[in-house]
Write a protein that binds this ligand. Structure first.
Ligand SMILES: *Cc1c(COP(=O)(O)O)cnc(C)c1O
Length: 484
């Protein structure tokens, strides 16, 4: 029993409160110092540029010897992208309010699996509170219900499964496929919609991509013809998916028009509002999703516009009863009454079984900063994006792709004398690469109709007009080098 005894000593040590306390204090100081650094020193690096293979080699080597956790966390911090840096104007991931990191700590410490009530009593109740709050802002009635799930991708897949359950002529969940099914979606939809549809087994022919107009909104006037065309080929269209907003440009589809069409043909309307759905909290911007309350399901990422760490996504049903149908099957060992609509057993409705305490991360923001904090953040970020877009428009050597409806701004450097799009694509690609290697800013790029644009998503509420000016100056400076 000697090894057992020595392991007992080891485990006592691992779980010792004093170790946790001491390391915790140190790590909070480390993170608070980092927050201070990136807020005060605009030359601090946002993205620690490193070749992926070298990064891998580093961590492989690093693991070879046992080491101090403080030093390990410090290494992880130094080799990570700093979203808290006001120069982070890249991907659509939230800059989490620092307090939510404590919710993460609590989630991981408590490890309340949440799938069944007894594994997450507080978690399941908070989830209901947060979802009801969100449903009300969407404009849904008390009939609505939903849950939090691990990301927009999984939420969209779950919504399409629910749509199929409700609208397909036969019960595919039980019997498998025996008819040709299809969904209709804007060609600007996030790639995860395409992926979800393929997972559903409907194949590429069943994914009907509807063209967009000059503002990147689905062309509602051609839906009838698209539907007719699909029906002529023997397809049963069970779902129409609206974008609010689209991924590349943040454009909002005309949801009222989509709702009218879907209702007329008894098609499920799903709205992918993973990014832009945050506007439901904003009096100023909610007109962008006018009609959203007619959707059968809505997906909304708290971890995009709503200051919450990823992953954290609401999937809400207009008719809450239907949220229990998607995965209806007997799991007797988990539930006394598998066929009952028990909101407090999360796993009855989610793809996941075990789930983290996601609701706490949304809840803590609302509880601490007030239920209008999401509105304030959305209004602030959308206003900032307008500032950036105005600055771009005012500069001769820049071209704005379109006036943003959200906080996503696409533009390119357009030096005098260069007109060929291929050349411009090369120049702008080079500019971005050098910009992120310099380190003071992090932005991304996208292709729209064959043209490469630099793409900024204003996510950090601490990014200022001054930062935008410096960003554009840096791009112009790099552009001069690239063209000379
Ligand atoms: C971000 C996003 C997704 C994917 O969501 P994840 O949470 O990253 O899985 C889907 N659709 C849209 C419109 C998005 O903006």
């Amino acid at each position: 029993m000697e090894s057992t005894t020595s392991n007992q000593v080891l485990f006592n040590d691992i779980y010792k409160p004093e170790h946790f306390r001491a390391l915790g204090h140190q790590l909070i100081d480390l993170l608070a110092d980092q927050l201070e650094t990136v807020q005060q020193d605009r030359q601090a690096k946002v993205y620690p540029h490193e070749d992926p293979e070298l990064q891998l080699a580093y961590f492989n080597e690093f693991l070879k010897e046992k080491g101090d956790p403080y030093a390990t966390f410090k290494t992880i911090l130094e080799r990570s992208t700093q979203l808290q840096h006001p120069g982070f104007i890249g991907h659509q991931t939230a800059v989490p309010s620092p307090i939510t990191a404590f919710a993460g700590l609590f989630s991981d410490f408590l490890n309340n699996g949440t799938g069944v009530y007894e594994m997450g009593p507080a978690s399941n109740a908070m989830e209901r509170t947060v979802i009801d709050f969100t449903a009300k802002h969407i404009g849904y009635t008390e009939q609505a219900a939903g849950f939090i799930t691990s990301g927009g991708t999984l939420a969209n897949l779950t919504a399409l499964l629910a749509a199929r359950k409700a609208k397909a002529p036969s019960d595919i969940w039980e019997e498998g496929h025996n008819e040709k099914l299809a969904v209709m979606v804007s060609e600007e939809a996030h790639y995860c919609i395409d992926r979800a549809a393929r997972i559903l087994g409907i194949g590429s022919e069943g994914i009907i991509k509807v063209p967009v107009d000059a503002d990147f909104k689905i062309r509602a006037e051609i839906l009838e013809a698209s539907l007719k065309n699909a029906q002529d080929k023997g397809y049963h269209v069970f779902c129409l998916i609206g974008c609010a907003g689209s991924t590349a440009t943040g454009s909002y589809d005309d949801l009222d028009a989509l709702a009218t069409f879907a209702a007329k043909h008894a098609i499920w309307l799903h709205v992918d509002a993973a990014h832009g759905g945050g506007v439901v909290f904003s009096k100023k911007h909610r007109h962008l999703v006018k009609g959203i309350a007619q959707a059968d399901t809505v997906v909304l990422d708290y971890h995009k516009l709503l200051m919450t760490p990823a992953l954290n996504t609401a999937l809400i049903f207009k008719d809450g009863q239907l949220s229990y149908q998607t995965f209806a099957q007997k799991a007797q060992y988990l539930w006394d009454a598998p066929d009952h609509d028990e909101w407090y057993h999360s796993a009855k409705r989610t793809f996941e079984c075990t789930k983290s305490l996601m609701s706490a991360k949304v809840f803590i923001n609302l509880k601490t900063y007030g239920t209008d904090i999401f509105e304030k953040n959305v209004d602030h970020l959308y206003a900032s994006a307008q500032v950036l877009s105005d600055l771009i428009r005012d500069r001769n050597d820049f071209e704005l792709a379109l006036v943003p409806e959200s906080n996503i701004v696409n533009f390119r450097y357009l030096p005098a004398g260069v007109t060929d799009d291929e050349d411009l694509n090369t120049i702008n690609g080079r500019i971005r690469q050098e910009l992120i290697e310099e380190g003071a800013f992090y932005i991304v790029q996208t292709h729209i109709k064959g043209i490469r644009y630099l793409r900024c998503t204003v996510m950090n509420p601490l990014t200022t007009t001054d930062d935008f000016e410096r960003l554009l100056d840096s791009i112009a400076a790099l552009g001069h080098i690239a063209t000379s």
